[in-house]
Each structure stands twice: as structure tokens, then as C-alpha cells.
Design a protein around this ligand. Structure first.
Ligand SMILES: Cc1cc2nc3c(=O)[nH]c(=O)nc-3n(C[C@H](O)[C@H](O)[C@H](O)COP(=O)(O)OP(=O)(O)OC[C@H]3O[C@@H](n4cnc5c(N)ncnc54)[C@H](O)[C@@H]3O)c2cc1C
Length: 293
């Protein structure tokens, strides 16, 4: 389309599928590193601000997780990836982020497995590539709108604090935010919802949310985080930039029996008073985007 990159996922995906995939590189026999004097690495317990429920990292753990995923998991991915309580996604993102596992290897191995689950999984890996090629072509999109919409974001510190703490009073939003605080990771369906809630319902600048995610996510990654935030805020590559996810409808669809909310909210799952005012932000969002509230 005359651009230096793909701005829409589907044509990118088609080109990606038509492009050959290189073989997996063998591990090098030895890696030469310069001799450095270093302080000892801190232990996890010595580092403050780490999520208490963070899982272990490293290649060995990543490979075990990958093997388990290919054995039992990937097959039902297409049907179950949006089931919040089912937690039926691969959880390989931290290992991909830190380079413990290679995305090329994942594509080869999923391809050998075959079937709709594997195809859907590979498609998600292509989203990862897609965002990287957008950021490579437009490095400014890390912190500036990819497609500006002349938004006048609300700067409401009480709403922002409630969102960060998982205390908005909207159970699914709060459950997802508490999963993030505890695990340093959040289910994709939760990420989509809390990002839509912050940017379109509360009409708070996506950069506020992206910053908070980068502070806490163990897979926090400039390309995937910022460009997914922009997608959710409608300033990015979403071809329907004004769609708003409703937390109640999302709960009915993706947490039908409330198991995810109960897992993360405990006693608060019975319901707390909403502390954020939905009306003001949503109306301003709609007016800002040239629509009738
Ligand atoms: C607001 C927001 C912020 C996000 N921030 C990040 C981030 O910082 N780092 C990150 O890796 N992902 C991010 N994602 C994408 C996605 O939520 C995570 O990759 C996914 O939840 C990780 O879980 P998983 O490994 O079980 O994913 P699976 O569903 O098993 O998918 C397999 C892999 O595909 C890739 N992938 C899946 N969905 C996406 C996507 N939408 N965009 C790009 N890659 C994807 C990831 O590498 C993932 O590990 C974000 C999404 C949203 C909506």
C-alpha cells in the first residue's frame, strides 16, 4: 500500500504465511563472554516490588512448559483461549520475551503438531511479529499515537489509582488487575478488557496504562505492550477504533460462572460499590471521537 510497513494485520498475516521460515539455529558450542567483575546477582527475595506469584524463569523451565503445552494444551487452544478461568493459553510469553525460547522453533513445532489449535496459536505468534514490524518502522509509536485521534484524555488521579489497585468496583476489571499485581502476568482477555476500560470507559491516556503494565508484566515488551495498548485505545492499528468492551458483557461471555472473579477477588467478589464514574469518561470519549453519547 505504498507504506514501508503493514498497518493492518490480515494482509501482514497473508504475506507472513507466503514467506519461507528459516530453520532453527543449533545452539552454539560455546559462547565467549568478556571477563567482568560483578556484584553477585540479587536473590528474588532481595528485590522489592516483585509480584509474589511470579513463576520461575529460564530455558529449562520454558522447555518443560513448551513440551507440556504441545502434549496437552495446544489442541484445545482455539476453543479455550478466551476462557479466563480455564487459563488455557500457553503462558510462554515471558520465555519468548527473555529469549529463553525461540519463536521460530515454536512455529516449527506447532506446525508439526498441526490442527486448528496449532494454527490459532501460530496466528498469535504472528501478532507478535506484526507489532515488532510496526515499531521498527515507527519507533515513535512507543510513546506517541500511531494514529492520533485528537483525544483530550481525562487526568483523574482517583480513577487511575482505583484502576491500578483493582478497586474500581467492576469485578472483571478488578480481578484482572489483581492477577497482574500477584503474578506479573495477565490473561489476554483481561488485558483487552482493562485496557479498553481505562482508555475508552474512563477515557484515560493509554500511556498511563502502558507504563503500569511495563512496570509489572514479566513479559512486558515495548512492541507488544505499547502497540496492543494503542490497539485497545483506538489510536493504533485497530480497524474499528471506537469499539468499547463492556465489562458486564465480557464477564457473561468469558467468565460465565464467575470462577475467575472469585479466584482473584475472594470476598470482594460478592460485589463492592463502583468507585469510578463511568458516565463522565465514556461520554467524553464518545464526544471526542465525534459520536453521540
Ligand atoms: C493491553 C495489552 C498489553 C499487552 N502487553 C504485552 C506485552 O507486554 N508482552 C507480550 O508478550 N504480550 C502482550 N500482550 C499480548 C498478549 O496479551 C500476551 O502475549 C499473552 O496474553 C501472553 O500469554 P500466553 O503466552 O499464554 O499467550 P498465548 O495465547 O499462548 O499466545 C502465544 C504467544 O503469542 C504471542 N501473542 C499472543 N497474543 C498476542 C498479541 N495480541 N500481540 C502480540 N503477541 C501476542 C505471545 O508471544 C504469546 O506468548 C498484550 C495485550 C494487550 C491487550
Amino acid at each position: 500500500g505504498g507504506r514501508d510497513h503493514f498497518a493492518v494485520f490480515t494482509p501482514y498475516f497473508r504475506r507472513w504465511q507466503a514467506t519461507g521460515l528459516r530453520a532453527v539455529m543449533p545452539a552454539p558450542k560455546a559462547v565467549r563472554v568478556p571477563a567482568l567483575d560483578s556484584d553477585p546477582l540479587p536473590k528474588r527475595a532481595d528485590v522489592t516490588g516483585v509480584s509474589p506469584g511470579l513463576t520461575d524463569g529460564g530455558e529449562a523451565v520454558g522447555r518443560e512448559r513448551l513440551a507440556a503445552w504441545l502434549r496437552a494444551g495446544i489442541e484445545s487452544y482455539e476453543d479455550r483461549h478466551d476462557d479466563l478461568a480455564g487459563d488455557a493459553t500457553s503462558r510462554l510469553s515471558p520465555f519468548l520475551h527473555f529469549g529463553c525460547l525461540s519463536a521460530v522453533e515454536l512455529v516449527h513445532r506447532a506446525g508439526r503438531k498441526g490442527g486448528p489449535g496449532a494454527e490459532a496459536f501460530v496466528r498469535q505468534l504472528v501478532w507478535r511479529d506484526f507489532h515488532h514490524q510496526v515499531l521498527a518502522a515507527r519507533p515513535d509509536s512507543a510513546w506517541s499515537d500511531y494514529r492520533g485521534r485528537a483525544d483530550h484524555w481525562r487526568d483523574d488521579s482517583a480513577d487511575i489509582a482505583a484502576w491500578r489497585a483493582g478497586r474500581t468496583g467492576y469485578p472483571l476489571v478488578d480481578a484482572a488487575m489483581r492477577q497482574l499485581a500477584h503474578e506479573g502476568w495477565m490473561h489476554n482477555r483481561g488485558r483487552l478488557l482493562v485496557a479498553s476500560f481505562l482508555t475508552k470507559t474512563l477515557y484515560v491516556d493509554w500511556r498511563v496504562g502502558a507504563r503500569h503494565f511495563l512496570d509489572l508484566l514479566v513479559d512486558g515488551d515495548l512492541a507488544n505492550n505499547q502497540l496492543n495498548w494503542q490497539w485497545a485505545a483506538g489510536t493504533g492499528t485497530d480497524t474499528r477504533p471506537n469499539r468499547v468492551l463492556n465489562p458486564l458483557t465480557q464477564a457473561k461471555r468469558f467468565d460465565r460462572d464467575g470462577a475467575y472473579v472469585r479466584r482473584w477477588l475472594g470476598a470482594d467478589a460478592e460485589g463492592t460499590e463502583p468507585v469510578v464514574d463511568l458516565g463522565e469518561g465514556r461520554d467524553r470519549f464518545l464526544r471526542g471521537r465525534g459520536q453521540q453519547p
